[in-house]
Each structure stands twice: as C-alpha cells, then as structure tokens.
Design a protein around this ligand. Sequence first.
Ligand code: SR1
Ligand code: MG
Length: 421
Amino acid sequence: MTADAYRPLDAASLPARLGDLPALRAQAGDPATWQVREVGDGNLNLVFIVEGATGGVVVKQALPYVRLVGDSWPLGLQRSWFEYNALTRQQARDPGSVPAVHHFDRDQAMVVMDYLDGHVILRHSLMAGERHPGLGAFLGRFCARTLFRGSGLAMAEPDRKADIALFAGNTELCDITESLVFTDPWREAPLNRFTPALAPLVAQLRADPGLKIATQRLKTAFITRAETLLHGDLHTGSVMVRGDSARVIDPEFAVYGPMGFDVGMLIANVLMAFLAQAGHEAAPGARDTFRDWLLTVVRDIWTGFESHFTSLWHTERRGILYPDSLFEDQDQPDASGLACAGVITGIWRDALGFAGCEMHRRILGLAHIAEYDRIADETLRARCEAQGLILGRALLLGQDHVAGLDALFDLTRSAARRDAA
Ligand code: SR1
Ligand code: MG
C-alpha cells in the first residue's frame, strides 16, 4: 500500500487494502476475521476500529479536507506526519500516556495505533456525570512531562532546534488555531455561529478593545514563543477514559509554542464542563457534587503540573536554559527554586489567558462543544454559554491578577450564578 497514491479508506475495503500489513496482523490477527467500523466523530479525520481474532487496532487517516465543513475547505494530508511525530515524542516523554503507534504510512496519511478498548471520549463522559479517579493527576503529569521534556530546559539544543523546524511545517493546522482560537470569535466570520440570545453580550465583547488586545497579545505569544512542543489541541475531546485509565490522543495540531497553551485549553474545557452541567442534570442542583469533583480535576491538573514540573526542574534540567552552572554549581539552589517558581507563575498567567480564548471560541466560533450544543432548551443553553463568555472575559482581562486556584474557582462560581443570557 505504501507505494500507492493516497486513497481514503472505507470500512468495507479496509481488510483488503491493509490485510498484508504485518503491524495490523500482529494486533488483529487474520484479516478474514476483522470487523471494521468507522467511528470518527472529530472535526477532521477518518477513524476506523478494526477488531479481529487476536485483538483490535485503530486506523486513523487524514482526509484532504475539513470533515466538519466538507470539501469546500481543503486541508493538506501532511497533518498525519506531524501527528505521528508528536505521538512518538509524547510516548517517549510520558510513556503510556498516549496510544502506541504500530505503523505509519505517510503517503496514505495513516497512523495505526492501539485500540483503547472500552475507552470513551472524556467530554462525553463528563456530560454523563461520570467521575474518573486520578484524571487530573494524569493530565497534570502529562502536561509537565511533555512540556518540560520538549523544551530548552531539557533537550539538547540541536535536537530542539531540529524539532522546532520540523513542527514549524505544520502551518495549515496552526492557521486553523490562529484564526479559530485567536481571531474569529471577536469578529464576524463566515463560519462563526452562536446561540441567538447571546447577541447583546457578543456585541459587548466585540466592542471591547481591551479584550481584543488581550487576545492578540496571546496570539503573538502563540506564534512567537517556541517554548516547547505543544499537543496543540488538548481539550476533553482529545482524552479517552475508562474508569481510572486515561490516554491523550490526536496531537495533529502539534507545534512549538508557549507552555501555558496546552494547560489553558485543558483547564478551559473542564471549566466549560462545569458551567454546562445545568444543561445535563436531572434537576437543578442534582449534579452539585459532580460540579465539585470537576473543580478538583482542575486543581489536580494544576497542582500535578506544578509539582512534576518542579521535580523535573531539579532532576532533568539539562538544556541550555537556566543551567546548573549559574545556580546549583555556584551554591545557589534557592535561586534555582526561585527561577522555577517564576517560570511556573508565567505559565499560570498564560494558561488563564489561553483558557479565556478557548472558552470564547467554543461558544462563538466554528468549532463548538457537545456540552453546550446538546442542551436542547435554547434559553438554558444561552444561559450556560453566557456564563462561559463571562468567565472567559474575566480570564482574558484578568490573567495577571488571578492569584491561584481558589481565585479561579471564585470567578467560575460567580460566573455560574449569572442567570440570564
Ligand atoms: C476546522 S477544525 C476545528 C477544530 O477542531 C479541532 O479539534 C481543533 O480544535 C480545531 O480548532
Ligand atoms: Mg482532534
């Protein structure tokens, strides 16, 4: 198949087309036994689950257009090359946190990877009110390990520069983020949509120059501050869970950027899950303890990130940044600790700003989230979304003044008390 020109797969012909691949046979057994279904519910790709006599495997193939929109929006196939490279780096930096890759075919834009049996998309699980022990700790550790180990704090500089160059080629997916996350929500754009009752609030947001300046400062950071290899799209649709097991998937938006981007996107999505609970609970207040749990997930993400990052700082700081020779070797360990705390504070502030962008774009832009979209009662949906916009604005305008988790939770609970669009 490698030599063939690109052709999209379909469930019926997949066994004939991929049946000779040793990597697939090793996982799923004799192709005659394969059951194939296409399950992609993301915005971009085909995703097949192949189950056979000896197990299962996932085959993910890029389409030459944006699936969410159709072939009127062409999109290059090379995103699968960036996804493959990101997955292998994440696997090395946080082993077991992502599906293992069994085969990659660049011509077919196809990655064959672990089938995560019984796992579901975290976003759907949070909508259903399911808890996952250890989730926040897992995600915080994933962020710390991948962000630290992909940065100039840890990597040999020639390797880091080579990776910056490699992932700088992911221009089309970056362009999506630059437009959809950092620009379109605050202007009229053809593919934007929002719940009509939000119109007065949207007009207010778009009329606020301070808000737009904040978003453009963050966009500047995104395109200029090549601090580390980002997942690039780390929302709750990019995490799969089953009980206390979790995996991060879908790093096709990977690029070098500011550390706070991944952390902020993640936190924003858990906070939106919090704010959308009113649209999914059986009666008002029925999900209050689940709401509390969601905030503990945010707490665990951040404290897990902070503690793992700090520990990596003291044990794996072998890059050119903040070298030992300036601190520990000169008997100034306290200065090193201080420097680490300063870096973490910067990540926190960035994360809050990026979280604000993510909340606004999921309510006002093209790519919405199921938590809000599936609230059938439009008045209730508008109320939940307005709360997201209010919190997003508070984070965008106040990113330097939200002192810590408790202040973030106060803002969140205060937004949740707003009872109209
Ligand atoms: C056109 S792609 C829209 C969104 O889907 C992806 O999951 C990313 O979040 C992107 O912004
Ligand atoms: Mg995705």
